[in-house]
Write a protein that binds this ligand. Sequence first.
Ligand code: UGA
Length: 464
Amino acid sequence: MRRTKMRRTDPGGITSNQILGIFGTGYAGLVTSVCFAELGHTVTAIDKDHDVVARLSDGTPTIHEPGLQELLTGNLESGRLRFTTKAEDAVVGSDIVFLCVGTPPRADGRADLCQVEEVARTIAPLLDGYKLIVEKSTVPARTAYWVDWTIRRLAGPNREFDVASNPEFLREGTAVQDFLKPDRIVIGADTERARSRLLDLYRKGFHCPIVATSVTTAELIKQTANAFLATKISFINMVSDLCEELGVDVATVARGVGLDPRIGSHFLNAGLGFGGSCLPKDLNALITVAEDNGVDVAMLREVERINTARVERLLAKVDRALWVLPQKVIGVLGVAFKQDTDDIRGAPSLGIIPRLHSAGAIVRVYDPAAAQNIQKLYPPNDRLAYVASAVEAARGADALVILTDWDEFRSLDLGGIRSLMRTPIIVDGRNLFEPARMRAAGFEYHSLGRGEATLRTVPRRVPV
Ligand code: UGA
Protein backbone atom coordinates (compact mmCIF):
# COMPACT_ATOMS: atom_id res chain seq x y z
CA MET A 1 0.00 0.00 0.00
CA ARG A 2 1.52 3.33 -1.09
CA ARG A 3 1.26 6.13 1.44
CA THR A 4 0.77 9.82 0.81
CA LYS A 5 3.53 11.82 2.45
CA MET A 6 2.03 14.40 4.80
CA ARG A 7 4.82 16.16 6.61
CA ARG A 8 4.97 18.74 9.30
CA THR A 9 7.79 21.23 8.88
CA ASP A 10 8.94 23.19 11.89
CA PRO A 11 9.83 26.91 11.69
CA GLY A 12 13.53 26.11 11.21
CA GLY A 13 12.67 24.24 8.01
CA ILE A 14 13.48 20.85 9.52
CA THR A 15 11.22 18.05 8.47
CA SER A 16 9.81 16.72 11.70
CA ASN A 17 7.37 14.07 10.56
CA GLN A 18 9.09 11.13 8.97
CA ILE A 19 7.60 7.99 7.52
CA LEU A 20 9.20 5.01 9.18
CA GLY A 21 9.08 1.30 8.42
CA ILE A 22 10.15 -0.95 11.29
CA PHE A 23 10.98 -4.64 10.85
CA GLY A 24 10.39 -6.68 14.01
CA THR A 25 7.99 -6.19 16.90
CA GLY A 26 10.03 -7.73 19.73
CA TYR A 27 11.22 -5.61 22.67
CA ALA A 28 13.31 -3.21 20.60
CA GLY A 29 10.97 -3.11 17.59
CA LEU A 30 7.73 -2.59 19.46
CA VAL A 31 9.08 0.03 21.84
CA THR A 32 10.81 1.86 18.96
CA SER A 33 7.62 1.80 16.86
CA VAL A 34 5.33 3.02 19.61
CA CYS A 35 7.72 5.73 20.80
CA PHE A 36 8.48 7.13 17.33
CA ALA A 37 4.72 7.28 16.69
CA GLU A 38 4.32 9.08 20.01
CA LEU A 39 6.88 11.64 18.80
CA GLY A 40 4.68 12.38 15.78
CA HIS A 41 6.19 10.13 13.11
CA THR A 42 4.12 7.82 10.93
CA VAL A 43 5.13 4.26 11.69
CA THR A 44 4.41 0.96 9.97
CA ALA A 45 5.75 -1.99 11.94
CA ILE A 46 6.04 -5.37 10.31
CA ASP A 47 6.10 -8.86 11.77
CA LYS A 48 5.79 -12.18 9.94
CA ASP A 49 3.57 -13.61 12.67
CA HIS A 50 -0.13 -13.01 11.84
CA ASP A 51 -1.20 -13.55 15.47
CA VAL A 52 1.28 -10.98 16.75
CA VAL A 53 0.13 -8.43 14.16
CA ALA A 54 -3.54 -9.12 15.00
CA ARG A 55 -2.95 -8.69 18.73
CA LEU A 56 -0.93 -5.51 18.35
CA SER A 57 -3.41 -4.04 15.84
CA ASP A 58 -6.05 -4.73 18.46
CA GLY A 59 -4.08 -2.74 21.04
CA THR A 60 -2.87 -5.72 23.07
CA PRO A 61 0.88 -5.56 23.88
CA THR A 62 2.77 -8.80 23.23
CA ILE A 63 5.33 -7.99 25.92
CA HIS A 64 5.11 -6.83 29.52
CA GLU A 65 6.57 -3.33 29.55
CA PRO A 66 5.46 -0.46 31.81
CA GLY A 67 3.90 2.45 29.90
CA LEU A 68 3.59 0.53 26.63
CA GLN A 69 -0.15 -0.13 26.73
CA GLU A 70 -1.16 3.54 26.86
CA LEU A 71 1.19 4.55 24.06
CA LEU A 72 0.11 1.62 21.90
CA THR A 73 -3.59 2.40 22.26
CA GLY A 74 -3.16 6.15 21.82
CA ASN A 75 -1.04 5.90 18.68
CA LEU A 76 -3.21 3.24 17.04
CA GLU A 77 -6.17 5.56 17.59
CA SER A 78 -4.31 8.57 16.18
CA GLY A 79 -3.56 6.57 13.02
CA ARG A 80 0.19 7.22 13.31
CA LEU A 81 0.92 3.57 14.09
CA ARG A 82 -0.09 0.40 12.32
CA PHE A 83 1.06 -3.19 12.15
CA THR A 84 1.27 -5.41 9.09
CA THR A 85 2.67 -8.70 7.83
CA LYS A 86 3.41 -7.22 4.39
CA ALA A 87 6.97 -6.01 3.89
CA GLU A 88 6.04 -3.62 1.08
CA ASP A 89 3.78 -1.65 3.46
CA ALA A 90 6.79 -0.85 5.63
CA VAL A 91 9.24 -0.13 2.81
CA VAL A 92 7.42 1.51 -0.10
CA GLY A 93 6.95 5.23 0.56
CA SER A 94 8.97 5.25 3.77
CA ASP A 95 11.94 7.54 4.48
CA ILE A 96 13.76 5.32 6.94
CA VAL A 97 13.58 1.57 7.46
CA PHE A 98 14.70 0.22 10.85
CA LEU A 99 15.93 -3.34 11.34
CA CYS A 100 14.76 -4.45 14.79
CA VAL A 101 14.53 -8.20 14.20
CA GLY A 102 15.89 -10.75 16.65
CA THR A 103 19.52 -11.84 16.72
CA PRO A 104 19.29 -14.78 19.14
CA PRO A 105 22.41 -16.69 20.20
CA ARG A 106 23.27 -19.79 18.15
CA ALA A 107 24.38 -23.03 19.77
CA ASP A 108 28.02 -21.90 19.41
CA GLY A 109 27.25 -18.59 21.18
CA ARG A 110 27.52 -16.41 18.08
CA ALA A 111 24.61 -14.14 17.15
CA ASP A 112 22.24 -15.74 14.64
CA LEU A 113 21.95 -13.16 11.85
CA CYS A 114 19.49 -15.09 9.64
CA GLN A 115 16.62 -12.68 10.33
CA VAL A 116 18.79 -9.64 9.60
CA GLU A 117 19.91 -11.16 6.31
CA GLU A 118 16.33 -12.08 5.41
CA VAL A 119 15.16 -8.49 5.95
CA ALA A 120 18.03 -7.20 3.79
CA ARG A 121 16.97 -9.60 1.02
CA THR A 122 13.32 -8.58 1.44
CA ILE A 123 14.01 -4.84 1.31
CA ALA A 124 16.29 -4.93 -1.75
CA PRO A 125 13.67 -5.40 -4.51
CA LEU A 126 11.23 -3.02 -2.79
CA LEU A 127 13.45 0.07 -2.82
CA ASP A 128 11.56 2.96 -4.44
CA GLY A 129 13.90 5.94 -4.45
CA TYR A 130 16.51 6.74 -1.81
CA LYS A 131 16.08 4.81 1.42
CA LEU A 132 17.98 4.97 4.67
CA ILE A 133 18.24 1.52 6.24
CA VAL A 134 19.11 1.59 9.91
CA GLU A 135 20.34 -1.32 11.98
CA LYS A 136 18.89 -1.17 15.50
CA SER A 137 19.07 -4.86 16.40
CA THR A 138 22.16 -5.60 18.47
CA VAL A 139 24.60 -7.12 16.02
CA PRO A 140 28.31 -7.92 15.92
CA ALA A 141 30.55 -5.20 14.52
CA ARG A 142 30.71 -5.27 10.71
CA THR A 143 27.15 -6.61 10.27
CA ALA A 144 26.13 -3.39 8.46
CA TYR A 145 28.80 -4.16 5.88
CA TRP A 146 27.03 -7.43 5.04
CA VAL A 147 23.58 -5.79 5.04
CA ASP A 148 24.89 -3.20 2.58
CA TRP A 149 26.53 -5.93 0.47
CA THR A 150 23.35 -8.05 0.41
CA ILE A 151 21.09 -5.17 -0.63
CA ARG A 152 23.54 -3.90 -3.24
CA ARG A 153 23.78 -7.38 -4.75
CA LEU A 154 20.01 -7.81 -5.02
CA ALA A 155 18.65 -4.30 -5.55
CA GLY A 156 20.00 -3.51 -8.98
CA PRO A 157 22.38 -0.70 -9.95
CA ASN A 158 20.02 2.29 -9.88
CA ARG A 159 18.68 1.81 -6.36
CA GLU A 160 19.88 4.41 -3.90
CA PHE A 161 20.27 3.60 -0.24
CA ASP A 162 22.58 3.90 2.75
CA VAL A 163 22.98 1.55 5.68
CA ALA A 164 23.49 3.14 9.10
CA SER A 165 23.66 1.97 12.69
CA ASN A 166 21.63 3.48 15.53
CA PRO A 167 21.95 1.08 18.46
CA GLU A 168 19.39 1.08 21.24
CA PHE A 169 20.28 1.08 24.92
CA LEU A 170 16.81 0.18 26.22
CA ARG A 171 16.52 -1.85 29.38
CA GLU A 172 13.60 -4.22 29.71
CA GLY A 173 11.23 -2.90 32.35
CA THR A 174 12.12 0.75 31.65
CA ALA A 175 12.32 0.59 27.86
CA VAL A 176 9.69 3.26 27.10
CA GLN A 177 11.27 5.73 29.47
CA ASP A 178 14.77 4.85 28.19
CA PHE A 179 13.63 5.52 24.62
CA LEU A 180 11.94 8.84 25.31
CA LYS A 181 14.61 10.12 27.72
CA PRO A 182 17.88 8.48 26.66
CA ASP A 183 21.22 9.35 28.23
CA ARG A 184 22.83 9.38 24.77
CA ILE A 185 22.03 8.69 21.14
CA VAL A 186 24.59 6.98 18.94
CA ILE A 187 24.41 7.55 15.20
CA GLY A 188 26.74 5.53 13.00
CA ALA A 189 26.77 6.65 9.38
CA ASP A 190 29.45 6.58 6.71
CA THR A 191 27.81 9.12 4.37
CA GLU A 192 26.81 12.72 5.03
CA ARG A 193 23.32 12.05 3.64
CA ALA A 194 22.64 9.19 6.08
CA ARG A 195 24.10 11.11 9.03
CA SER A 196 22.02 14.23 8.42
CA ARG A 197 18.79 12.21 8.01
CA LEU A 198 19.33 10.45 11.31
CA LEU A 199 20.32 13.66 13.06
CA ASP A 200 17.14 15.18 11.67
CA LEU A 201 15.07 12.33 13.11
CA TYR A 202 16.48 12.90 16.59
CA ARG A 203 16.63 16.70 16.46
CA LYS A 204 13.25 17.23 18.07
CA GLY A 205 12.16 15.84 21.41
CA PHE A 206 15.56 14.67 22.64
CA HIS A 207 17.89 16.56 24.97
CA CYS A 208 20.95 14.35 25.37
CA PRO A 209 24.42 14.11 23.85
CA ILE A 210 24.53 12.64 20.35
CA VAL A 211 27.59 10.63 19.35
CA ALA A 212 27.82 10.81 15.56
CA THR A 213 30.39 8.36 14.27
CA SER A 214 31.09 5.66 11.69
CA VAL A 215 28.82 2.64 11.27
CA THR A 216 31.30 0.11 12.65
CA THR A 217 32.13 2.35 15.62
CA ALA A 218 28.43 2.57 16.49
CA GLU A 219 28.10 -1.21 16.32
CA LEU A 220 31.11 -1.62 18.59
CA ILE A 221 29.85 1.00 21.09
CA LYS A 222 26.75 -1.10 21.68
CA GLN A 223 28.62 -4.35 22.22
CA THR A 224 31.22 -2.66 24.40
CA ALA A 225 28.55 -1.08 26.60
CA ASN A 226 26.87 -4.41 27.32
CA ALA A 227 30.19 -6.23 27.80
CA PHE A 228 31.29 -3.55 30.26
CA LEU A 229 28.05 -3.82 32.26
CA ALA A 230 28.53 -7.61 32.35
CA THR A 231 32.12 -7.10 33.52
CA LYS A 232 31.01 -4.82 36.34
CA ILE A 233 28.53 -7.44 37.55
CA SER A 234 31.03 -10.31 37.42
CA PHE A 235 33.61 -8.14 39.14
CA ILE A 236 31.34 -7.43 42.11
CA ASN A 237 30.30 -11.09 42.21
CA MET A 238 33.97 -12.10 42.44
CA VAL A 239 34.40 -9.59 45.29
CA SER A 240 31.23 -11.02 46.83
CA ASP A 241 32.86 -14.47 47.11
CA LEU A 242 35.84 -12.88 48.84
CA CYS A 243 33.47 -11.00 51.16
CA GLU A 244 32.00 -14.32 52.27
CA GLU A 245 35.46 -15.61 53.15
CA LEU A 246 36.45 -12.44 55.04
CA GLY A 247 33.10 -11.95 56.75
CA VAL A 248 32.45 -8.65 54.98
CA ASP A 249 29.19 -7.34 53.49
CA VAL A 250 29.50 -6.91 49.70
CA ALA A 251 26.63 -4.38 49.63
CA THR A 252 28.65 -2.05 51.87
CA VAL A 253 31.79 -2.60 49.81
CA ALA A 254 29.80 -1.76 46.66
CA ARG A 255 28.46 1.41 48.27
CA GLY A 256 31.91 2.39 49.45
CA VAL A 257 33.46 2.05 46.02
CA GLY A 258 30.43 3.14 43.99
CA LEU A 259 30.36 6.61 45.52
CA ASP A 260 33.55 7.30 43.58
CA PRO A 261 32.13 8.87 40.40
CA ARG A 262 34.89 7.22 38.37
CA ILE A 263 33.43 3.86 39.39
CA GLY A 264 29.72 4.68 39.81
CA SER A 265 27.16 2.88 41.93
CA HIS A 266 25.12 1.24 39.14
CA PHE A 267 25.51 -2.43 38.27
CA LEU A 268 27.30 -3.29 41.49
CA ASN A 269 24.52 -5.47 42.94
CA ALA A 270 26.06 -8.83 43.72
CA GLY A 271 23.91 -11.93 43.45
CA LEU A 272 22.98 -14.53 40.88
CA GLY A 273 24.61 -12.66 38.02
CA PHE A 274 23.39 -11.35 34.70
CA GLY A 275 20.81 -12.99 32.45
CA GLY A 276 18.44 -11.74 29.78
CA SER A 277 18.66 -11.76 26.03
CA CYS A 278 21.33 -9.06 25.77
CA LEU A 279 24.24 -9.09 28.22
CA PRO A 280 25.15 -12.79 27.84
CA LYS A 281 24.72 -12.70 24.06
CA ASP A 282 26.56 -9.44 23.49
CA LEU A 283 29.42 -10.45 25.74
CA ASN A 284 29.78 -13.64 23.75
CA ALA A 285 29.49 -11.81 20.43
CA LEU A 286 32.24 -9.37 21.42
CA ILE A 287 34.48 -12.26 22.44
CA THR A 288 33.87 -13.88 19.06
CA VAL A 289 34.55 -10.73 17.05
CA ALA A 290 37.72 -10.11 19.05
CA GLU A 291 39.00 -13.67 18.72
CA ASP A 292 38.18 -13.73 15.00
CA ASN A 293 40.40 -10.64 14.76
CA GLY A 294 43.21 -12.16 16.80
CA VAL A 295 42.64 -10.03 19.92
CA ASP A 296 43.16 -11.60 23.34
CA VAL A 297 39.93 -11.26 25.36
CA ALA A 298 40.67 -13.79 28.13
CA MET A 299 39.36 -11.20 30.57
CA LEU A 300 35.90 -11.37 28.98
CA ARG A 301 35.96 -15.18 29.04
CA GLU A 302 36.53 -14.91 32.78
CA VAL A 303 33.54 -12.55 33.08
CA GLU A 304 31.43 -15.28 31.45
CA ARG A 305 32.88 -18.03 33.63
CA ILE A 306 32.23 -16.12 36.86
CA ASN A 307 28.64 -15.52 35.77
CA THR A 308 27.96 -19.15 34.92
CA ALA A 309 29.33 -20.22 38.30
CA ARG A 310 26.71 -18.12 40.18
CA VAL A 311 24.02 -20.75 39.66
CA GLU A 312 26.25 -23.46 41.17
CA ARG A 313 27.03 -21.23 44.13
CA LEU A 314 23.35 -20.71 44.87
CA LEU A 315 22.56 -24.42 44.50
CA ALA A 316 25.39 -25.23 46.93
CA LYS A 317 23.76 -22.88 49.45
CA VAL A 318 20.41 -24.62 49.02
CA ASP A 319 22.13 -27.98 49.57
CA ARG A 320 23.87 -26.71 52.69
CA ALA A 321 20.66 -25.22 54.06
CA LEU A 322 18.46 -28.29 53.47
CA TRP A 323 21.01 -31.15 53.62
CA VAL A 324 18.91 -33.63 51.60
CA LEU A 325 16.57 -32.43 48.88
CA PRO A 326 14.24 -35.35 47.97
CA GLN A 327 10.69 -34.58 49.13
CA LYS A 328 11.68 -31.19 50.55
CA VAL A 329 9.19 -28.49 49.55
CA ILE A 330 10.99 -25.52 47.97
CA GLY A 331 9.13 -22.33 47.10
CA VAL A 332 10.81 -20.47 44.25
CA LEU A 333 10.16 -16.72 44.16
CA GLY A 334 10.85 -15.23 40.72
CA VAL A 335 11.72 -16.73 37.36
CA ALA A 336 12.11 -13.58 35.21
CA PHE A 337 15.73 -12.61 34.50
CA LYS A 338 15.10 -9.38 36.42
CA GLN A 339 12.17 -7.48 37.90
CA ASP A 340 9.40 -5.76 35.89
CA THR A 341 9.55 -8.12 32.94
CA ASP A 342 7.98 -11.42 31.89
CA ASP A 343 11.17 -12.34 30.01
CA ILE A 344 12.91 -15.54 31.08
CA ARG A 345 15.58 -15.64 28.37
CA GLY A 346 18.97 -16.35 29.93
CA ALA A 347 17.41 -16.27 33.41
CA PRO A 348 19.22 -18.12 36.22
CA SER A 349 15.86 -19.78 37.03
CA LEU A 350 16.25 -21.87 33.85
CA GLY A 351 19.31 -23.50 35.37
CA ILE A 352 18.04 -23.70 38.94
CA ILE A 353 14.45 -25.00 38.73
CA PRO A 354 15.26 -28.19 36.75
CA ARG A 355 18.20 -28.90 39.09
CA LEU A 356 16.03 -28.63 42.22
CA HIS A 357 13.41 -30.79 40.55
CA SER A 358 15.81 -33.49 39.39
CA ALA A 359 17.35 -33.56 42.88
CA GLY A 360 13.94 -34.79 44.09
CA ALA A 361 12.54 -31.60 45.64
CA ILE A 362 8.88 -30.61 45.42
CA VAL A 363 9.07 -27.23 43.70
CA ARG A 364 6.42 -24.50 43.90
CA VAL A 365 7.08 -21.54 41.65
CA TYR A 366 5.69 -18.02 41.81
CA ASP A 367 6.49 -15.03 39.60
CA PRO A 368 4.31 -11.89 39.25
CA ALA A 369 4.62 -11.86 35.43
CA ALA A 370 6.78 -14.60 33.94
CA ALA A 371 5.28 -17.87 35.25
CA GLN A 372 3.34 -18.49 32.03
CA ASN A 373 6.51 -18.33 29.98
CA ILE A 374 8.44 -20.81 32.09
CA GLN A 375 5.47 -23.21 32.22
CA LYS A 376 5.81 -23.66 28.48
CA LEU A 377 9.34 -25.01 29.06
CA TYR A 378 8.70 -26.94 32.25
CA PRO A 379 5.02 -27.99 32.39
CA PRO A 380 3.60 -28.70 35.86
CA ASN A 381 3.82 -32.25 37.20
CA ASP A 382 3.43 -34.02 40.55
CA ARG A 383 6.56 -32.30 41.94
CA LEU A 384 6.41 -28.99 40.05
CA ALA A 385 3.56 -26.52 40.55
CA TYR A 386 2.98 -22.90 39.57
CA VAL A 387 1.18 -20.97 42.29
CA ALA A 388 -0.61 -17.62 42.34
CA SER A 389 1.27 -15.83 45.11
CA ALA A 390 4.39 -15.76 47.25
CA VAL A 391 2.19 -16.80 50.17
CA GLU A 392 1.15 -19.95 48.29
CA ALA A 393 4.79 -20.72 47.50
CA ALA A 394 5.68 -20.38 51.19
CA ARG A 395 2.83 -22.50 52.57
CA GLY A 396 4.36 -25.64 54.14
CA ALA A 397 7.74 -24.97 52.47
CA ASP A 398 11.03 -26.19 53.86
CA ALA A 399 12.76 -23.25 52.18
CA LEU A 400 12.12 -20.26 49.94
CA VAL A 401 14.62 -19.54 47.19
CA ILE A 402 14.58 -16.02 45.71
CA LEU A 403 15.76 -15.77 42.10
CA THR A 404 14.41 -12.38 40.89
CA ASP A 405 14.60 -8.92 42.45
CA TRP A 406 10.87 -8.06 42.22
CA ASP A 407 9.85 -5.19 44.55
CA GLU A 408 6.87 -7.31 45.53
CA PHE A 409 9.27 -9.70 47.30
CA ARG A 410 11.02 -6.86 49.11
CA SER A 411 7.71 -5.87 50.70
CA LEU A 412 6.58 -9.36 51.77
CA ASP A 413 4.88 -9.71 55.14
CA LEU A 414 7.79 -11.62 56.66
CA GLY A 415 5.95 -12.55 59.86
CA GLY A 416 3.09 -14.03 57.85
CA ILE A 417 5.45 -15.90 55.53
CA ARG A 418 7.45 -17.36 58.43
CA SER A 419 4.33 -18.66 60.15
CA LEU A 420 3.32 -20.53 56.97
CA MET A 421 6.65 -22.28 56.36
CA ARG A 422 7.58 -25.69 57.75
CA THR A 423 11.11 -24.42 58.40
CA PRO A 424 11.83 -20.69 58.04
CA ILE A 425 14.79 -20.90 55.65
CA ILE A 426 15.36 -18.35 52.89
CA VAL A 427 18.11 -18.63 50.28
CA ASP A 428 18.22 -15.25 48.59
CA GLY A 429 19.99 -15.07 45.22
CA ARG A 430 19.31 -11.33 44.92
CA ASN A 431 20.31 -10.04 48.38
CA LEU A 432 16.93 -8.35 48.89
CA PHE A 433 17.03 -8.23 52.69
CA GLU A 434 19.33 -7.18 55.52
CA PRO A 435 20.68 -10.37 57.17
CA ALA A 436 20.24 -8.91 60.70
CA ARG A 437 16.62 -8.00 60.01
CA MET A 438 15.91 -11.50 58.70
CA ARG A 439 17.46 -13.11 61.76
CA ALA A 440 15.37 -10.82 63.98
CA ALA A 441 12.28 -11.91 62.02
CA GLY A 442 13.10 -15.54 62.88
CA PHE A 443 14.57 -16.71 59.58
CA GLU A 444 17.63 -18.73 58.78
CA TYR A 445 18.75 -16.43 55.97
CA HIS A 446 21.36 -17.26 53.34
CA SER A 447 22.41 -14.63 50.83
CA LEU A 448 25.50 -13.98 48.70
CA GLY A 449 28.57 -12.16 50.02
CA ARG A 450 27.02 -10.77 53.20
CA GLY A 451 29.46 -11.42 56.05
CA GLU A 452 29.25 -9.60 59.38
CA ALA A 453 32.59 -10.40 61.00
CA THR A 454 34.19 -8.03 63.54
CA LEU A 455 37.74 -7.94 64.90
CA ARG A 456 36.67 -10.40 67.58
CA THR A 457 35.49 -12.97 65.03
CA VAL A 458 37.90 -15.85 64.55
CA PRO A 459 39.09 -15.83 60.89
CA ARG A 460 37.86 -18.72 58.71
CA ARG A 461 41.39 -19.22 57.44
CA VAL A 462 44.47 -18.43 59.53
CA PRO A 463 47.37 -17.09 57.43
CA VAL A 464 50.52 -19.21 57.78
C1 UGA B 1 20.73 -4.49 28.86
C2 UGA B 1 21.40 -3.11 28.97
O1 UGA B 1 21.35 -2.66 30.33
C3 UGA B 1 20.70 -2.10 28.06
O2 UGA B 1 21.38 -0.85 28.11
C4 UGA B 1 20.70 -2.64 26.62
O3 UGA B 1 20.01 -1.77 25.73
C5 UGA B 1 19.99 -3.98 26.60
O4 UGA B 1 20.69 -4.89 27.48
C6 UGA B 1 20.04 -4.49 25.18
O5 UGA B 1 21.12 -4.76 24.67
O6 UGA B 1 18.98 -4.52 24.51
P1 UGA B 1 18.55 -5.61 29.93
O7 UGA B 1 18.96 -6.88 29.24
O8 UGA B 1 17.14 -5.18 29.84
O9 UGA B 1 19.41 -4.36 29.38
O10 UGA B 1 18.89 -5.82 31.45
P2 UGA B 1 19.83 -5.13 32.53
O11 UGA B 1 19.06 -4.15 33.32
O12 UGA B 1 21.09 -4.67 31.92
O13 UGA B 1 20.14 -6.38 33.48
C7 UGA B 1 20.82 -7.52 32.94
C8 UGA B 1 21.04 -8.56 33.99
O14 UGA B 1 22.02 -8.13 34.93
C9 UGA B 1 19.81 -8.93 34.81
O15 UGA B 1 19.77 -10.34 34.94
C10 UGA B 1 20.05 -8.29 36.15
O16 UGA B 1 19.43 -8.97 37.21
C11 UGA B 1 21.57 -8.37 36.26
N1 UGA B 1 22.17 -7.35 37.14
C12 UGA B 1 22.05 -6.02 36.86
C13 UGA B 1 22.90 -7.76 38.24
O17 UGA B 1 23.05 -8.97 38.52
N2 UGA B 1 23.48 -6.81 39.06
C14 UGA B 1 23.36 -5.48 38.80
O18 UGA B 1 23.92 -4.67 39.56
C15 UGA B 1 22.62 -5.08 37.68
